[in-house]
Design a protein around this ligand. Structure first.
Ligand SMILES: [Zn+2]
Length: 881
């Protein structure tokens, strides 16, 4: 074989990438009315500067979706951008003195180049970066829309405060012991005035629209529903009593989903941050309450509410009256009650709530049963609370009612008597969007002593981030320290005023980027209504499960608000969602020391041992990460095998939503498969086959079929080709089963290797042509190179319009799938003794005749007629001697 005819991915991939770019192959077409638009979108990355295998898998999946849609005649939008604000750039600035903007732009350039090496069909003309002012200008504009709609507001909220560096910290800058990442100081909780978006105003819609998202994984919809957490119950008021047991004017309002258990309430608990705590605490309890509040202020919300953590509390000395039965019960504070959730107060019903049960047992509070299972004796709650519905006891006028009726009856009584009302409550809280950081989108408002909060006039947008900033990591946000930046005149009255120095949560920037791609060069608006309505909702969104809640929920919220503002005309942003599985690498761990060992340091993978101690290592697959030394660098794989092999391996190794175990031998296997395809097609080209030979295929085939003139090889070849079209088309409809599609390509190439040479040029050409078009979405460079070879064109001569990627998806010919003969199994006395090829349409009598006349019958029956013959048409004939 001559050297020139070998498969060298390195020799073809870069030049095809360049040619496609020059020919504008991936440009988004202008839409005409009636066009079939398709929007394929990957979740955009944070520009860390390094592409990892998780990225590669995400973008390759989306790329195949986009390429298949194009071949199927759809008008495709497949963009890419950068989620470019956030902490790492600011940390780099603090630690190394680099400009965060320049640092980010360098990373973007590096990653764009790495993405291009994968052969992704991205329209780079629509690229955006959230940290560039031509983008964040519109993030600010949209914030003002929320402000105008009454959906953005300020209130006090708790933040992490580093007392040494005098700065606010993000949650990820506080370690597991509650210390600052930089100063090591114990982090304090401080109340600061913060900006919120009123996502709770859309809680009902965000929940009620979930069933519409049929193209989303069930798991993601469930996670969103739980996050929103709608519960129906009642708000009940417990009057605070004085030392003599008389009602005061103060009321503690609790929310409960179980008003039927109110007679079992034996205490009421407030969040330590509840505003009434200071006022109601008695003198004797003051010192305990203060110490407890101090302790709780150092705990994270997660620590406070985790099921496996002990619940702690102290009584504050005051008592309340149970409004249902008049009983006086103590008032406590406890770490598991959060001020931000519900009313910041709960009633303790130990017999019917497991958390209350544990708490009551620990502090020797009374446990009183008021619900029993229907038709049973009293439950002895030794093992824990009885949390199911049942029948009421010890509940005065409500005794004997079932839980469901009792909920309604007690709530109604409370409403009439003025101590409660029905209430729907959500777990979802308003979205805290302000950050006391530099590298984020500035919030476009001005604070004026006389006018209050004044929006920056739209014509003054963007409020640009100043670039001449010193980063010390101390003394609060660099913006707050830059007087020349924040000192402005009030846009309303002209008096000296102060620019807002908080920036936005980066989730703000990512909640609308998919809208901007539809019209990314618009300088008058974030996007035109016409453009956004013609491309969206996104047809297929692909990204990690880690975004199942926040990013997707915020994007849905933005979409609904902008719809209500008349800026777009749809309810949901993402029609279908695919959450791809993780990429896992082989991981070696010393079970005694807990240390991870790099695969390169393991001399014998069949007997893996610690290179230092000689101990036997544990071997398993886990998500690739630097700390476990189990990562595989995409650049190394591409250098060695080419992008097409990397793509084929990733698509073949596992269905897209499942985890994928990296395996070098399987990568090698895909490389060899592509080599076989190269030899197959290249060999055909060497024999003088050309795509031009295919012109008469249809006529020849139609004529030949009518005359029954296709040879056996030709019939097998056509059946393989049209089976592949049918199967691969099925695999790409609905759920994307790329792994089975690649298997079908392998079957097709095997059939072609067996029957191509013995088939006439027109039929061989049909097979070659189909193979390359079906292969094109998966291995785009190889398919293009071979397509041009068969077209008799060199790369330099390849013309716009001739690309394999501009062809149409083939359709299957049902006639080719029909077999004229089928195999018939011959059994003698129930045992398989051989098989015959018989006409597919043969009737029972014919099958019996053919079986009896066969060599198999002659051999096994020794000339005697059988005593019995059983015929199963299409399957077998059983001859019983
Ligand atoms: Zn003013």
């Amino acid at each position: 074989m001559s050297e020139s005819s070998r498969y060298h991915p390195q020799a073809i991939e870069a030049s095809w990438q360049q040619q496609w770019q020059e020919q504008g192959l991936h440009a988004t077409p202008a839409l005409q009315p009636g066009d079939d638009a398709f929007y394929a979108l990957s979740m955009f990355p944070y520009p860390s500067g390094n592409l990892h295998m998780g990225h590669v898998r995400n973008y390759v999946i989306t790329d195949v979706v986009a390429r298949v849609a194009r071949l199927r005649g759809k008008r495709v939008l497949h963009p890419m951008g950068w989620d470019a604000f956030g902490l790492p750039a600011e940390n780099a600035a603090i630690e190394r003195g680099v400009d965060p903007g320049a640092w980010t732009d360098q990373n973007i350039a590096a990653m764009r180049q790495q993405l291009n090496q994968l052969g992704l069909s991205i329209d780079w003309d629509r690229e955006l970066a959230t940290c560039h002012s031509d983008y964040y200008r519109w993030t600010q504009w949209l914030f003002l829309q929320f402000l105008e709609a009454g959906l953005a507001y300020q209130k006090d909220a708790t933040v992490n405060w580093d007392p040494v560096d005098q700065t606010v910290l993000a949650n990820e800058q506080v370690d597991s012991e509650g210390r600052s990442w930089r100063s090591g100081a114990l982090v304090e909780k401080r109340k600061l005035r913060q900006w919120f978006l009123k996502i709770t105003a859309y809680a009902d819609q965000l929940l009620d629209d979930l069933p519409k998202l049929e193209g989303w994984p069930e798991r993601v919809r469930t996670m969103q529903a739980n996050w929103i957490g709608r519960s129906t119950g009642a708000e009940l008021s417990f009057p605070v009593v004085d030392a003599d047991g008389h009602d005061t004017a103060e009321r503690i309002t609790v929310f409960t989903t179980r008003p039927d258990t109110i007679y079992g309430a034996s205490y009421v608990v407030l969040a330590p941050e509840h505003p009434l705590v200071a006022r109601l605490t008695t003198e004797e309890q003051a010192i305990h309450v203060e110490a407890f509040c101090d302790l709780v202020s150092r705990q994270s919300e997660q620590e406070r509410t985790a099921d496996d953590k002990p619940k702690r509390g102290v009584p504050i000395g005051a008592r309340v009256r149970n409004p249902a039965n008049g009983e006086l019960i103590p008032l406590w504070i406890a770490d598991y009650v959060l001020a931000e959730y519900g009313t910041g107060a709960v009633m303790g019903v130990p017999a019917h709530d497991q958390r209350d049960f544990v708490f009551a047992r620990q502090y020797e509070l009374p446990v009183r049963q008021v619900i029993i299972p229907e038709g049973s004796d009293e439950h002895a709650y030794e093992g824990g609370a009885w949390t199911e519905a049942g029948v009421l006891i010890h509940s005065g006028r409500f005794d004997g009612l079932a839980s469901g009726e009792a909920k309604a009856a007690i709530t109604a009584a409370a409403e009439v008597e003025g101590w409660g009302r029905a209430k729907v409550q959500f777990r979802l809280r308003d979205w805290l969007i302000s950050r006391q950081r530099y590298w984020g989108c500035p919030i476009p408002v001005i604070h004026c002593d006389s006018c209050g909060v004044v929006p920056v006039p739209v014509e003054q947008l963007p409020v640009e981030l100043p670039r001449d900033v010193a980063f010390s990591g101390k003394g609060g946000s660099p913006l707050a320290q830059l007087e020349s930046w924040w000192q402005v005149a009030c846009p309303c009255c002209g008096a000296p005023a102060r620019r807002e120095t908080d920036t936005m949560d980066t989730f703000m920037c990512s909640s609308w980027y998919f809208l901007r791609y539809s019209d990314s060069h618009n300088t008058a608006l974030p996007f035109s209504r016409e453009a956004v309505d013609s491309w969206l909702p996104v047809d297929q969104y692909v990204g990690g499960i880690e975004h199942a809640i926040l990013h997707l929920l915020y994007s849905r919220f933005f979409t609904k608000v902008l719809r209500d503002r008349g800026l777009l005309g749809f309810d949901e942003p993402f029609q279908r969602l695919l959450t791809q599985g993780m990429v896992q690498g082989i991981t070696y761990k010393n079970p005694h020391s807990g240390k991870y060992i790099a695969p390169a340091d393991v001399t014998d993978p069949t007997d893996p041992r610690d290179p230092v101690t000689g101990e036997v290592l544990e071997v398993f697959y886990e998500k690739m990460s630097k700390s476990k030394y189990n990562g595989v660098d995409p650049a190394v794989v591409i250098d060695k095998y080419g992008a097409d092999t990397a793509r084929m391996f990733i698509l073949f190794k596992a269905p897209p939503e499942k985890d994928l175990e990296w395996d070098d031998a399987d990568v090698e296997g895909q490389f060899r498969f592509l080599q076989r395809i190269w030899r197959l097609v290249d060999g055909a080209a060497e024999r003088g086959l050309s795509l031009a030979d295919g012109a008469g295929t249809a006529a020849i085939v139609a004529g030949a079929l009518a005359d029954g003139e296709l040879s056996g090889d030709e019939q097998e070849l056509r059946r393989a080709v049209h089976t592949a079209i049918t199967e691969i088309s099925d695999d790409l409809d609905g759920d994307y089963q790329f792994n089975t599609a690649v298997s079908e390509l392998m079957k097709l190439s095997n059939a072609m290797a067996a029957h191509l040479e013995a088939s006439r040029p027109a039929l061989a050409c049909e097979a070659l042509r189909t193979l390359l078009i079906l292969l094109a979405p998966f291995a785009p460079h190889l398919a293009e190179e071979l397509w041009q070879k068969l077209g008799g064109r060199s790369q330099a001569e390849a013309l716009a319009g001739s690309s394999v990627h501009l062809q149409s998806w083939p359709s299957a010919d049902p006639a080719a799938l029909v077999r004229s003969t089928v195999p018939l199994v011959i059994q003698i006395k129930g045992k398989v003794r051989g098989s015959l090829e018989v006409p597919a349409d043969a009737d029972k009598a014919t099958l019996e005749q053919l079986a009896l006349a066969s060599d198999i019958a002659t051999k096994w029956l020794e000339g005697k007629p059988p005593s019995r013959v059983i015929v199963v048409p299409g399957k077998l004939v059983n001859l019983v001697p």
